[in-house]
Ligand binder design. Structure first.
Ligand SMILES: Cc1cc2nc3c(=O)[nH]c(=O)nc-3n(C[C@H](O)[C@H](O)[C@H](O)COP(=O)(O)O)c2cc1C
Length: 252
């Protein structure tokens, strides 16, 4: 069966399959009740040990959005979206919970990972809930460009950092879907298939380059491997560990 065949599908899988990041919004407001439903539906996401180690900060203030847009590397969609939500890993409450019992939170790599994973899960649920209402969104990892400045702007206490943000709004323009890597590179059965993926990656380069050309963007032919090499061939956000340690997270 190929990736596109759908014998079984539901409104939820249809929503997931139709996903595309939207960076252009109509300016129409997202009703408060709709946002409330998106955030509270997402709050039912599974959470490691029931820890609920995340906080969602809803930002509608234009000045705050503008400053966040600059900190994220001049990402205009943060300014032009109707609502921006900062999705935070949060071990601040956890530290208080442990203190109730006369102990100190044992911060380590696990508390950092668990809170970041929790934040990612709740963020993904928000994304699907938003798309099920017809809203557009794009996640913003650019929040980690300057984590401490973002933290100061949003008044984050020790033990909280923005893992990523999410722009939400009614789509002005929905771009065509970006091709994904081939299914057999991503889904393996029973055991990891470590056969050399290079040829399939090169084929994906061509498919993605064709996609970008169809949008009038003249990306070079190594559209995936080239971009990955540019982004990850040297350490990305090398300041992150030091910044997050200063914000109360540990990596040991
Ligand atoms: C955690 C995360 C962070 C992201 N950060 C950004 C970002 O800072 N700016 C942006 O324009 N897109 C960002 N994206 C969107 C990705 O670029 C996008 O999901 C990817 O290119 C695939 O495109 P698609 O979502 O339209 O299928 C982010 C996505 C994720 C999951």
């Amino acid at each position: 069966m190929t990736e596109t065949q759908t014998t079984y599908h539901t409104p939820v899988t249809d929503t997931l399959r139709n996903h595309v990041s939207v960076r252009s919004y109509s300016g129409e407001s997202v009703p408060d009740g709709m946002l409330h439903e998106i955030l509270n539906a997402a709050r039912r996401s599974p959470t490691s040990s029931n820890i609920q180690a995340y906080t969602l900060i809803v930002v509608r203030n234009p000045d705050t959005k503008k400053q966040l847009a600059v900190l994220a590397g001049d990402q205009e969609h943060i300014e032009t979206c109707d609502v921006f939500v900062a999705i935070c890993a949060d071990i601040y409450r956890l530290a208080h919970a442990v203190r109730v019992h006369g102990m100190e939170l044992a911060r380590n790599l696990e508390t950092t990972l668990v809170s970041s994973i929790d934040a990612a899960l709740v963020g993904m649920s928000m994304a699907t809930a938003a798309e099920s209402f017809g809203l557009g969104h794009v996640m913003i990892g650019g929040m980690r460009n300057h984590p401490r400045e973002v933290g100061n702007l949003l008044g984050l206490p020790e033990g909280v950092y923005v893992v990523f943000g999410m722009c939400l709004g009614w789509p002005d323009e929905i771009p065509p879907q970006k091709p994904r890597l081939p299914e057999d590179l991503i889904i393996h059965y029973e055991q990891y298939d470590a056969s050399d993926p290079t040829e399939k990656l090169k084929a994906h380069d061509s498919e993605l380059a064709k996609h970008y050309r169809s949008l009038g963007r003249n990306l070079h032919d190594a559209a995936w491997t080239g971009v990955m090499t540019r982004k990850f061939g040297t350490p990305r956000r090398p300041h992150l560990r030091e910044a997050l340690e200063a914000m109360g997270f540990r990596f040991d």
